[in-house]
Design a binder for this molecule. Structure first.
Ligand SMILES: [Zn+2]
Length: 167
């Protein structure tokens, strides 16, 4: 398997999709084509969880299935195959979304000055508090200037961390 499930970022992403029980399925999943019942036997995870996990993987293009009809009984068998290689693409998308979000936040912090209410009922931009003559729009108390350097610094740090993630 080319996907490193010990990588905390990858593990976190997959675990977000399938949950902790689903993670057990993925870790113990046999290679090649298997039925959901076989997966249950091998992984010792309940059948309903196995099925849910397989469908989630399928929806995210991390598994495929093939139907096979039994010639005698006429019953359809679903043969599943896990392929986590698509996880890198998935991860890229998630990281890009997150990065875009953080950059938008940083831009907002950079371009604004912030004021907080002495009663802690909110954080407001300069534009808002000039309209209310430096009084809280919620409770009417004074607002004080807030130095947002710490927020900007932590956003920058997080952005840098994400840009350094190798996928
Ligand atoms: Zn207030």
């Amino acid at each position: 398997m080319l996907v490193d499930l010990d990588n905390p970022v990858i593990r976190g992403l997959i675990s977000n999709l399938v949950g902790e029980e689903g993670m057990d399925v993925i870790i113990k999943m046999p290679e090649g084509e298997v039925t959901d019942e076989e997966v249950t036997i091998v992984t010792e995870v309940p059948l309903n969880v196995v099925r849910r996990t397989l469908y989630i993987l399928f929806e995210n293009r991390l598994a495929t299935y093939r139907r096979e009809r039994n010639k005698d009984s006429g019953w359809l068998t679903y043969l599943w195959k896990m392929d986590l290689n698509g996880v890198n693409e998935l991860l890229d998308n998630e990281l890009n979304k997150l990065l875009k979000n953080l950059k938008t936040k940083l831009e907002f912090e950079d371009q604004n000055m912030f004021y907080v209410c002495v009663n802690h009922c909110g954080r407001f931009t300069f534009d808002v508090v000039t309209e209310t003559e430096y009084l809280c729009p919620n409770c009417g108390e004074d607002v004080t200037f807030e130095d947002n350097d710490i927020i900007k610094h932590s956003l920058k740090k997080r952005i840098q961390e994400l840009e350094n993630v190798e996928t």
